[in-house]
Design a protein around this ligand. Sequence first.
Ligand code: DC
Length: 234
Amino acid sequence: MERVRGMKIAIDGPAGAGKSTVAREVAKKLGFLYVDTGAMYRALTLKALQSSVNLNSESELIALLNRMTITLRHEPGGQRVLVDGEDVTEQIRSNEVSKHVAQVASHPQVRRSMVEKQRQLAQRGKVVMDGRDIGTHVLPDADLKLFLTASIEERARRRYKELADKNPPPFEVLIEEIRMRDKQDEERPTSPLRKADDAIVIDTTNLSIDEVIDYILNLVAQKWDRGARTHGHL
Ligand code: DC
């Protein structure tokens, strides 16, 4: 696997489909950079909430984005997210941020600015990037595009577990919040959540994280084998 020189892997799908866990592990196994694009939108949302910026105002959000720094720092223990140098890795996962992030991510100019940063991060090629519009818009030339899904009940169950020690809302409320977020992500005019035509769908409802990771690593290996045969340097 080490011989894979450059490969861009795009992983899209709705909230709770298991994208980030899977993307992080696949990147680790391949020695690739992992870029969690949702974390970037979450970081802006957190800062906007803290600064009492009107989340409906695109210009206020852009002004805020231009004067803040978002850093994805890669450490052996996982990715840390920094806003203006402060570690906000845990804070950006709060339910408050989750509830508002789709609204922030719906603004076209906010997206344009984020996409620019994301493409820069993907430039060196060995990258696994997860989000909603990676295969369709950010990296349309990705070598491997995956679309992860799971039933809404299973996604809510996973979210509930994630929030277990953070006072989670009732399960039914979580389902409703996920449904709302799906709707906002799927119906926004700019780069909605959509499967790319050439993406492979993986339904993770009844699969363990390890099964999904193995499946993806197999796809990568197959791609690599095919590439090596085509170019004659096995
Ligand atoms: O994957 P996540 O739950 O951390 O994403 C947070 C929100 O950001 C989600 O509502 C959709 C949005 N998002 C997006 O619009 N485009 C991306 N590439 C990544 C996330």
